[in-house]
Design a protein. Structure first.
Ligand SMILES: *[C@@H]1O[C@H](CO)[C@@H](O)[C@H](O)[C@H]1NC(C)=O
Ligand SMILES: *[C@@H]1O[C@H](CO)[C@@H](O)[C@H](O)[C@H]1NC(C)=O
Length: 255
């Protein structure tokens, strides 16, 4: 084929693909698979107030979440079990306040209800609210609006590098925070295994922090992580035998 013919051929092929593929993906209603919620924001433009919080994460920049985060209202937070889940959000039905575009965030905090107020109670049950970092909010809405209607959907998390395990607590009450988790992102069950033990089920302490009373000092620790979608992976010999609390270990692989 001559060069020009090739270009025309490629263009026709692309048009055919757009005509056929786009309606298959997006043809069912305006926002197939998207649910209704609202978006608000908290903290300043540098996200100061978004650090730490109810999921148990710490410095969100160091932990790989950055400012691409949200605090979820009671209805979405699910007592911390959705910490680490990822969502796409877009502002809808508010031409005056919406900024076009879709953002992707990880749930890293809780937006607590306030029963003392009767207005602006966006985080009170049963309302679904994403209290975004200010930086992310400004990507989909104007500052002045303060609150906008959004459509949202769960999406797989894409993280760089391995799942990380932060040890907390003390040798007699080991607590572990798993973070930087890809795939479904939210942990449903965590087990730990020492070199000399079988798998030990850890209990949920709060947020995404898990604990066990079994003393595992002097042993290499392995972790078995099960996500909310049932996907399970083993992270073998993650720590050294001389591990102590307050360290972070790289699981090397991810979901
Ligand atoms: C929330 O989680 C904590 C810790 O896992 C648990 O003790 C508490 O009962 C849970 N609350 C509800 C309402 O499920
Ligand atoms: C993990 O460490 C233990 C103890 O050093 C060793 O016996 C085992 O082979 C290691 N497992 C893997 C998969 O490297």
């Amino acid at each position: 084929m001559k060069f020009l013919e090739k270009i025309i051929y490629a263009e026709v092929l692309m048009m055919v693909m757009v005509i056929w593929v786009v309606p298959i993906c997006y043809g069912h209603g305006d926002h197939p698979g998207w649910l209704d919620a609202r978006a608000t924001f908290y903290g300043d433009i540098n996200g100061g107030e978004t650090q730490q919080g109810a999921c148990g994460y710490g410095d969100l920049h160091k932990q790989g979440y950055g400012l691409e985060t949200a605090a979820l209202s009671t209805a979405l937070f699910n007592n911390g079990s959705t910490c680490g889940a990822c969502y796409e959000l877009k502002c809808v039905n508010s031409p005056q306040w919406c900024v076009p575009g879709i953002i992707k965030i990880t749930a890293t905090n809780f937006c607590p209800p306030d029963y003392s107020k009767t207005t602006d109670i966006w985080c009170n049950p049963p309302q679904r609210d994403f209290d975004l970092s200010q930086k992310m909010y400004l990507k989909i809405a104007k500052y002045k609006a303060g609150v906008v209607p959004v459509k949202y959907r769960r999406v797989p998390c894409t993280k760089t590098g391995g799942v990380k395990f932060e040890t907390k607590g003390n040798p007699h009450f080991l607590m572990v925070l798993p973070y930087n988790i890809g795939g479904a992102g939210d942990v449903r069950a965590l087990q730990v295994k020492g070199t000399k033990t079988a798998w030990i089920k850890m209990q949920k302490n709060w947020g995404q922090i898990w604990n066990t009373g079994v003393v595992l000092t002097g042993q290499c620790l392995s972790f078995r992580v099960t996500l909310s979608d049932g996907m399970t992976k083993d992270f073998i010999n993650v720590t050294t035998p001389s591990w102590s609390c307050g360290q972070t270990f790289d699981g090397r692989i991810n979901f």
